[in-house]
Design a protein around this ligand. Sequence first.
Ligand code: NDP
Length: 392
Amino acid sequence: MGTALVIGAGGVGRVVVHKMAQNREVFEKIVLASRTVSKCEQIASEIDGEIFTDSINADEVSKVVSAIEKWKPDIVVNVALPYQDLAIMDACIKTEVHYLDTANYEHPDIAKFEYKEQWARDEKFKEAGILGVLGSGFDPGVTNIFVAHAQKHLFDEIHEIDILDCNDGDHGYHFATNFNPEINIREITANGRYWKEGVWYEIPALSEKIDWNYPEVGVRDSYLIYHEEMESLVKNIPNLKQIRFFMTFSEKYLTHLRVLENIGMTSIEPIEIGNEKIAPIQFLQKVLPDPATLGERTKGKTNIGTYIKGIKDGVKKTYYIYNVSEHEEAYRDTKANGVSFTTGVPAMIGAKLVLEKEWKGEGVFNMEEFDPDPFMTELNLRGLPWKVLRIE
Ligand code: NDP
């Protein structure tokens, strides 16, 4: 039915391409392009059937335009880094091709997650007659879809949302991040933020903790952090009174992180080393294990879900909608760890729904703005089954 150009051959890119190749009736032609073409070739070699590969510097709009003109995709799936979002979106506008990503734009020099600049392209997407799907990973992504499902089927009004993200996998290293270290550490070391009654509250990084009992995993320390899907959910869910996001970290992980922070290794301010200027966090990334290699050694589960309170027919209700994934199963299926898997599968599903025209529109949309039903069906079919737990 169509051609997909996937940009970024990291952990998530590997899963997207593996899963697209399992759905050839939709993805007739798959092109994987990244800065380092050998990484694309490695992924292509793991898959039966043809995967085209290319090198690309997606920081430059003109290079992305050239790649689009060369491969003529029906959709561009951006699973490079958040720094490339705007350049890839602008190339899609110029060539009138649909766009999908899994993370909101970030400027390399300012650790700030926000949709502002991507939403500002809404008019241009409309003029070009194309669809932009923002944040089709797990969180953001499936978490937004869980909320949309709850809004459509379980509640008349949603009042409170807690998004809960537990990675209980163990890779055996003293310290490693589950996805791109630079992006991951920037996210965690930023101040925590949550929204209540129309106001954003900021707290020092990792200063608020709850014990949460994750079904099929157990009780884990969960820390309040800022996460980008809250920005769009606040805008798109009427009657909402509060939204927070919690992520689990082990004491061992946090001890390593604190030491790295205390000695300045997580800073994004470049320092001079000889004739070079380099941000300490970029150096750190080079010495940490590459997340794309964690899959083979990671054991255990992830549990990510949305704990939602609200009312239905005048009665108070609370539900936890969640998915449990196994790292070992993710590796068997796609040679990737569970975090890349839970991100890459929804990216493939979003692209599939666009190519099948199940999801249509012109402009730039967050996930909760689409009909959740076909997406929820696909999650069960493609390896991310979900459950709904009635709490009260
Ligand atoms: P990786 O670091 O493993 O992979 C990123 C890939 O992008 C690398 O292959 C890299 O290049 C490539 N790349 C970087 N810069 C450029 C550039 N200028 N031009 C072309 N290619 C480039 O990251 P992940 O796979 O872990 O994450 C991918 C994306 O997924 C990130 O944006 C991340 O924030 C997002 N994510 C979203 C989640 C969600 O649930 N929504 C969860 C986890 C991640 P090279 O070929 O040189 O290696």
